[in-house]
Design a binder for this molecule. Structure first.
Ligand code: GLC
Length: 484
């Protein structure tokens, strides 16, 4: 590398395998390694949740005294290491983080305000000065704002560039005026525009803002996808980047995946049928190899297209054209329509309402098609995994799905999947009918599978783009100074 390596601190709230709720954890568990391989000094900081055993991770230095809601709250710092050797600082405080869940506690706003404040205290303590502080999602928007404030007030530990990455604009960490004054946020709020969420604070104060696909970066500038922040995002449009997430191909490789019944690669794709048979058996579906099996894996959330799915698949199920396996946990209101389908077609529909990494892999390996009819999708990981496993994605053309799943086209001679535009059951049904018709043409179908398996969404290219973005952030943070 001709330019000098950078010191980069990732501030975030989940990282696989330490704690995982959604796709953010996969990014945090793989992008830092890719940057490390490029020669950078990358470290993470995150809370130590109850699910992360304290005894395994030694305490670093003296305790921290973290300013929160007008008092000082003690915390300690523990050190862990991610696969590949990325150091992780764990902020340990029982009152805020010894809880059942990562998110969803009534005081989440205060918990992550505390965590954000603790990041600045931790930096002072470890005596390591990053060039870049890279915050992810609303939980750490305040870290970015505090760095900007520190820079403006001459604090030496704040002399670095900041990058704020949006993984999902729908969750923002909203606060009111009372909270802002109790939590000491008032000095960080500009007189205009009005900022009412920690997400907005991060976007407003960052040297560079990014999101996880080029299409989502464009979509969030519009009222339809902007979640109320599109005016703010438009005002920062010149600083907004879209970089598609990669996939850690060492973790997701059908040839070496020990979790699936039968390993395979592109040259032994016929062995995929063993996985299909095993999945049909495990899910108590009819043992029919010739029927296309649709898989879906994801959080049960409004974003994921679960309100258009039942109506779209019903006609195909009634005609005996498909089987469906769905795995997901999340918001309970999405279950009844899916349960009604499995009650009506018990040998064609199986729902597993759980978070189960093994069943997820069985679906990626055993299904023929992978459903992601998302209303919006900042990037999406499932379609990338599915393609790696020769499972053909059926997606709505939005966000990262639009960027990663080119359509097979009318003669099936191109692309890696099937995409539709309108967010309606009819449009999804249309894409599914096209996929089912293609499945009946083995030669064309194998061509699709080969192209999907050969598509390269490893982290290498995206990590190089992050690196360039970090250097941009540095040049913007220190106008006139030499960019390293
Ligand atoms: C969020 C988004 C998802 C994205 C992930 C990682 O979970 O909903 O689309 O892939 O973050 O960036």
């Amino acid at each position: 590398m001709s330019e000098r390596p950078l010191r980069i601190l990732f501030a975030l709230t989940e990282a696989a395998p330490l704690a995982k709720v959604g796709g953010l954890a996969d990014v945090a568990g793989s992008l830092p390694q890719a940057l490390l391989r490029r020669g950078h000094d990358v470290r993470l900081i995150m809370p130590r949740y109850a699910s992360i055993p304290a005894e395994q991770y030694p305490i670093l230095g003296n305790g921290l005294a973290v300013p929160i809601m007008g008092r000082q709250e003690p915390a300690s710092l523990r050190q862990a290491t991610l696969n590949g050797g990325v150091p992780v600082y764990l902020v340990d405080n029982a009152m805020y983080f010894q809880r059942q869940q990562v998110y969803g506690e009534p005081d989440d706003l205060e918990r992550f305000t505390f965590f954000s404040q603790s990041v600045l205290e931790a930096l002072k303590q470890v005596g390591w000065q990053p060039d870049i502080v890279h915050g992810h999602d609303w939980h750490v928007g305040l870290v970015i704002a505090l760095m900007a404030w520190g820079r403006a007030t001459g604090s030496p530990s704040s002399l670095c560039g900041t990058v704020f990455t949006i993984h999902n604009l729908a969750y923002q960490g909203w606060f009111d005026g009372l909270y802002a004054s109790r939590a000491g946020l008032t000095p960080l709020l500009p007189s205009s525009p009005p900022l009412g969420s920690l997400m907005a604070l991060g976007i407003y104060h960052a040297d560079v803002v990014s999101t996880v696909s080029p299409t989502y970066a464009r979509e969030i500038l519009t009222p339809q996808y902007g979640e109320g922040l599109d005016p703010l995002l438009r005002s920062r449009q010149e600083r907004l980047h879209g970089i598609i997430n990669g996939l850690d191909y060492s973790l997701f490789d059908p040839a070496s995946d020990a979790r699936i019944p039968a390993g395979y690669d592109a040259s032994t794709i016929e062995r995929k049928a063993l996985n299909k048979a095993a999945l049909q058996k495990r899910m108590k579906l009819a043992q029919s190899l010739g029927t296309p099996l649709l898989g879906m894996v994801g959080r049960l959330a409004g974003q994921k297209g679960l309100d258009i799915l039942p109506q779209a698949v019903e006609p195909l199920l009634a005609a005996g054209k498909v089987q469906i396996v769905l795995l997901g946990s999340g918001e309970p209101q999405f279950r009844p329509p899916l349960e009604a389908l499995s009650a009506r077609y018990p040998d064609r529909v199986a729902n597993v309402f759980a978070f189960d990494l093994e069943i997820a892999q069985w679906i990626y390996a055993g299904a023929d098609m992978f459903l992601m009819p998302s209303r919006y999708e900042p990037c999406g990981l499932g379609q990338l995994i599915a393609m790696r496993y020769g499972t053909i994605p059926v997606v709505r053309r939005t966000g990262g799905l639009a960027d990663s799943v080119p359509d097979a086209g009318p003669d099936l001679g191109q692309g890696t999947g099937f995409a539709f535009d309108e967010y309606t059951p009819g449009a999804l049904q249309g894409a599914l009918e096209r996929a089912v018709a293609a499945y009946a043409q083995p030669k064309a179908w194998h061509g699709l599978q080969r192209r999907a398996m050969a598509a390269d969404y490893s982290w290498e290219a995206s990590a190089a783009q992050y690196e360039r973005m970090y250097r941009t952030a540095l040049s913007l943070a220190r106008p006139g100074a030499q960019v390293p």
